[in-house]
Design a protein around this ligand. Structure first.
Ligand code: HEC
Length: 221
């Protein structure tokens, strides 16, 4: 195969040059690292780089017909989870009403983590639909805590991520099913926090509502 032009191994200094260099470095009290040709200096193709060698113009070769991945790239369902529900968000023709495996604190934290990465640019940190991309002109999504979305079964959120919705594209190729469920569960957290009764908070947090915040300590002029 013809290698890339313009990427030549660095020439090694000749023997005399090396001795001079070694002497110079010894004076400085440093060791001289051996002259070597590292793999990254060899002629090679960058990923997806074009090639004139193959007829199709690609340097990467297609997979041999019939190649199968060793593992399901979608990730296996957790033990006991119904496969259909786990991969689609639908349960026998209806949107799933529940996450098809155990929801715990760890899953919710994972959901927050993934949500903050993938969804906040448009939906905002609190899910109000006013993310930075929206503020720069992308269509505004509805807030998660509006009445309509609060009524939706949790499978709807999974389905929206899996197949896309209106102008929102699908996340199926970017977020694996288990993480999509984690995000769906976290959307429920955002819905709840957008509607939580002050009375449901512990007293210490309730006090913060009246005494904390940016206006704390300020007096009306
Ligand atoms: C590039 C912007 C963008 C990103 C990123 C994005 N969304 Fe959306 N989303 C939208 C828009 C716009 C809508 C409204 C679509 C419409 O009504 O046509 C929407 C709608 C929704 C809805 C409401 C569907 C309904 O029933 O009205 C849900 C739920 C949702 N998105 C979840 C997510 C989740 C979860 C993520 C992250 C995995 C995400 N979105 C990432 C733009 C985005």
């Amino acid at each position: 195969m013809k290698g890339r032009t313009g990427r030549h191994p660095r020439p090694c200094p000749g023997r005399a040059g090396r001795r001079a260099a070694a002497a110079a470095l010894l004076v400085l009290g440093l060791g001289l690292s051996g002259c070597r040709e590292a793999m990254y200096e060899q002629a090679r193709y960058e990923p997806l780089e074009a090639s004139t060698f193959f007829e199709d113009g690609l340097s990467s070769r297609p997979l041999v017909a019939g190649t199968v991945p060793r593992e399901d790239p979608r990730g296996a369902p957790p033990a006991g989870a119904d496969e259909d529900v786990f991969y689609t968000g639908w349960n026998k023709g209806r949107l799933a009403e529940e996450v098809p495996f155990k929801v715990d604190r760890e899953l919710l934290l994972r959901g927050k983590d993934r949500f903050d990465i993938y969804c906040t640019p448009c939906h905002g940190l609190s899910g109000d639909g006013r993310g930075v991309i929206v503020r720069r002109g992308f269509p505004q999504p509805p807030p998660y805590y509006n009445a309509e979305l609060r009524k939706q079964p949790i499978g709807h959120f999974f389905d929206v991520m899996t197949r896309g919705y209106g102008v929102m594209y699908s996340y199926a190729s970017r977020i694996k099913p288990k993480d999509r469920w984690a995000i769906a569960a976290y959307i429920r957290v955002l819905q709840l926090s957008g509607h939580a009764e002050a009375a449901s908070l512990p007293e210490s947090d309730r006090n913060k509502l009246t005494t904390g915040g940016a206006s704390a300590g300020r007096k009306q002029p």
